[in-house]
Write a protein that binds this ligand. Structure first.
Ligand SMILES: [Fe+2]
Length: 294
């Protein structure tokens, strides 16, 4: 099985990459680090590449890139995937500072890129914009949710973090409660992407910066039940939902099998489970606005 260590970046197509690049730089606080082969690379203030933008007919998430264990070479992963009927392609020098990726598609048709090791992050100048810690997770619509779960568990080694009834699943590849989420729906594509902030105070200044930049929250703040993250949502200039969150549950000890205890947990200990939608959506704050799941 493939062992994934972290979500590195999400790659997007857009008919207006300059508009999105300006939003990620001026509002979110990412820094443009390169324009290689028509792709704009944007890094977090910690220097980790987390968003790629390239031209396309419609705004859409094209791929997610994950860092895998350096113990297993990509060519071995390619053979393992081939043994499971999954065609992959080894690409050399696909991105600045990444020597090679193994590219294939997940059950949903989203591109997956695996790489063995990222270079040490470069220093990025400070910015007055939001400045997240990292790209935390991405959520997608899927037609067959159990097929998607099987793919991410059996091929990519994800664990189930929680279910919301039988239509919304949260999956994790490391200590963070979720890295990929799937919502059962007749459509496909990304529902939202999420950046992690330092704390509740950072979320407050982020909301002020969004307002100064002309962006209204579409939902939040509130605290989700599942994952217990404090959340806000807004839409970027091309309509994609962007979440800013903090205080997401973590499981620092897999052998214990429960999330690190927090005062706001209602279960003690808080183990992965199936939640009712009523309890899962939020512990406080308003419910989702009309259209949030559309
Ligand atoms: Fe989220």
């Amino acid at each position: 099985m493939i062992r994934i260590n972290r979500l590195a970046f999400a790659a997007f197509a857009s008919p207006d990459t300059e508009q999105l690049a300006d939003y990620y730089a001026q509002v979110i606080g990412l820094s443009e680090t390169s324009r290689a082969r028509g792709t704009i690379h944007l890094a977090s203030p910690l220097g980790e590449t987390c968003v790629l933008l390239s031209h396309g007919d419609a705004t859409a998430c094209q791929a997610l890139a994950f860092e895998t264990s350096a113990e297993t070479p990509l060519c071995d992963l390619a053979k393992w995937l081939d043994g499971h009927g999954i065609a992959s392609e080894l690409r050399s020098d696909p991105h600045p500072d990444i020597a090679a990726v193994l590219a294939f598609r997940d059950y949903n048709g989203t591109g997956i890129e695996l790489f063995n090791a990222a270079p040490p992050p470069a220093l990025v100048p400070p910015t007055p914009a939001i400045s997240p810690l990292k790209l935390g997770h991405a959520a997608f619509y899927v037609n067959e949710i159990h097929e998607a779960v099987n793919f991410y568990r059996n091929i990519l080694g994800f664990r189930i973090a929680d279910w919301m009834e039988d239509f919304f699943v949260f999956l994790r590849c490391g200590p963070d409660h979720h890295t990929c989420n799937f919502i059962a729906a007749p459509r496909q594509g990304m529902h939202h992407m999420a950046f992690e902030l330092r704390d509740w105070a950072h979320l407050q200044t982020a909301c002020d910066w969004l307002s100064r930049s002309g962006y209204k929250l579409t939902w939040g703040p509130g605290r989700h039940g599942i994952g217990h993250n404090i959340f806000t949502y807004h839409r970027n200039p091309q309509g994609q939902i962007v979440e800013l969150f903090t205080e997401l549950d973590t499981m620092s000890n897999e052998e214990l099998g429960y999330y690190d205890p927090r005062p706001w947990h209602r279960d003690r200990p808080q183990r992965p489970k199936v939640w009712s939608a009523k309890d899962a959506v939020n512990l406080w704050g308003d419910g989702p606005p009309p259209g949030h799941r559309d």
